[in-house]
Design a protein around this ligand. Structure first.
Ligand code: RTP
Ligand code: MG
Length: 145
């Protein structure tokens, strides 16, 4: 079954939105198969966002994402990678539609509340970067009907 990596960023955790955001994914029907509050190290932040290392905002992005705890999740369900990105909304909250997480909770592109994997390759890479295999719990789909 398809899995994605989703993470409430430090701004979302500070504002007390982690549980509301997790609830949206559960209500949609995705299973939570891993979840934890964690403080990202600078090394982890640089590896996670390595695709942006040449961009002018890279330094700010790394300091923002390490500025406080994040709430990391592994979600499972059919089509979850693409659908979670739709639920998250566009990168710039000003362009994100109302009803999306960024559209409902954020204003600034630099503090846009949540990250979600953008492809099957990113999902696999990010899940293994943030979670050990023991931290991911297999759930039978029967338990979630
Ligand atoms: P994310 O990786 O955090 O889920 O966001 P995303 O896919 O929607 O956007 P991405 O292009 O991967 O950018 C990663 C994060 O970098 C910040 N950003 N700032 N100043 C800028 O032009 C700019 N562009 C991107 C955003 O905070 C974005 O979430
Ligand atoms: Mg991205």
């Amino acid at each position: 079954m398809e899995r994605s990596f989703v993470m409430v960023k430090p701004d979302g955790v500070k504002r007390g939105l982690a549980s509301s955001i997790m609830a949206r994914f559960e209500a949609k029907g995705y299973r939570i198969c891993g979840a934890k509050l964690m403080q990202m190290s600078e090394d982890l932040a640089k590896t996670h966002y390595a695709e942006h290392k040449e961009r002018p905002f890279f330094g700010e992005l790394v300091s923002f994402i390490t500025s406080g705890p994040v709430f990391a999740m592994v979600l499972e369900g059919e089509g979850v990678i693409e659908e979670a990105r739709k639920m998250i909304g566009k990168t710039d909250p000003k362009e994100a539609a109302p009803g999306t997480i960024r559209g409902d909770y954020a204003i600034l592109k630099s503090e846009n509340i949540i990250h979600g994997s953008d492809s099957p390759e990113s999902a696999e890479r990010e899940i293994s970067l943030f979670f050990s295999s023991e931290e991911i719990i297999e759930q039978s789909s029967a338990a979630n009907v």
